[in-house]
Write a protein that binds this ligand. Structure first.
Ligand code: 0XW
Ligand code: MG
Length: 368
């Protein structure tokens, strides 16, 4: 089986109940890039990548499409059954741009699954579970608002609450953490995520002011050197998210011994196969991690669930998808939905979702 066509679509995803707020950015809508691979046997594979705007990290929607356009012509005619070889071919065509390559990797795995009659999780080693724990990210807000939101989500069945912090007076963040702890207590695991938004001294101030509150501190500072500087001075376990832009970053962070877990975004790492490698390295060191992505519709969400299902349960922190902020599912029948704080793994071959192509409009570019 070989790749015979590549089509690229753009889908704007307005954020319902938005804006989505983090320490450095406020988002009202997300620009998603969707890739459709067609094989010479008539099979279709779907991929997607939806960066969190041009500021969150060195990834953006126009860059994703430009990178795919750069590689697509040479991918026509390549084997559609060899994801490692295709990755190497993409690396030989374009250096970096993991997030763009991820969209093609996801589409290829969807197609391979359909070819063999297997789910993507089966291709990645097998599913430990059909029902995955979700986590809820609160956004930046005031103490009473975030505490009330957290209680509501725990009542819904979430067992991990990520409190957004940073980008403002640390005293307010400290008040939010205390209020959420008073309201939620041990009913849920608490994470405070600054998305690189604090200086080392601000992060230390928050941690020490909340020393008796059990939470994991996610990406407290911008760089791993700043995080390393506070590592031994604060009582809270550290999760690193944005600093893991590559497998090499992850190996360096592990060798520095500066974190107790990772927030892993599948497209940032390069896609499903890259994430499976990271999964196995984390397992070798018993390092827990999430399975998530920036944003995206049912295609990215299904991909995240499939890799998440293959993680050892003791190491899967939780899964996050942006579905609760998106108006409609790409697949009205098998679309990804969170229920009672958990996701159900799709059952169909490949990703297990069948997008309504009419939602994507005309292709921006096609290659054959
Ligand atoms: C909570 N998320 C997965 C959603 C946004 O993509 C940011 C991210 C995070 O943990 O930073
Ligand atoms: Mg994070």
């Amino acid at each position: 089986m070989r790749i015979s066509e590549i089509h690229v679509y753009q889908k704007q995803l307005p954020i319902i109940g938005g804006p989505y707020t983090m320490s450095r950015i406020t988002l009202h809508s997300i620009d998603s890039t969707i890739v459709k691979l067609v094989s010479d046997t008539g099979l279709v594979g779907w991929g997607e990548v939806a960066p969190l705007g041009p500021v969150y990290q060195p990834q953006h929607a126009l860059g994703a499409r430009a990178a795919i356009y750069e590689m697509a012509p040479a991918l026509i005619g390549q084997s559609a059954l060899a994801p490692l070889l295709l990755r190497r071919q993409m690396d030989a065509l374009l250096t970096g741009h993991n997030y763009a390559k991820a969209a093609i990797d996801i589409a290829l795995m969807d197609m391979i699954g359909k070819h063999h009659g297997l789910r993507v999780c089966d291709l990645l080693g097998g599913a430990e579970t059909e029902r995955l724990p979700a986590y809820y990210a609160t956004g930046i807000g005031e103490p009473d608002e975030i505490a009330r939101m957290s209680v509501d989500k725990v009542d819904e069945g979430y067992r991990r609450i990520q409190i957004k912090a940073g980008g403002r007076d640390v005293a307010i963040d400290i008040a939010v953490v205390h209020k959420v702890w008073e309201s939620v207590g041990n009913r849920a695991q608490l994470v405070v995520d600054t998305n690189r938004g604090m200086t080392a001294s601000q992060a230390m101030r928050l941690s020490l002011a909340c020393r008796d509150i059990p939470f994991s501190f996610e990406q407290p500072c911008n760089t791993i050197d700043e995080i390393a500087a506070i590592r031994g001075q604060i009582p809270h376990p550290i999760i690193i998210d944005e600093s893991t832009e590559s497998l090499d970053d992850l190996l360096r962070i592990i060798s520095m011994g500066i974190c107790d877990g990772f927030g892993l975004k599948m497209t940032r790492l390069g896609g499903l196969n890259a994430m499976a490698t990271v999964r196995d390295i984390c397992a070798a060191r018993s390092i827990p991690h999430t399975c998530e992505d920036n944003w995206g519709g049912d295609i990215v969400a299904a991909a995240v669930l499939h890799i998440g299902a293959t993680v050892e349960p003791r190491l899967l922190e939780a899964v996050w998808t942006s579905g609760i902020y998106i108006e409609e599912n790409y697949d009205p029948v098998n679309g990804i939905k969170v229920d009672g704080g958990h996701f159900q793994l799709p059952t169909g071959p490949g990703l297990g979702i069948v997008p309504q192509e009419s939602q994507f409009g005309d292709a921006l570019a096609s290659f054959n």
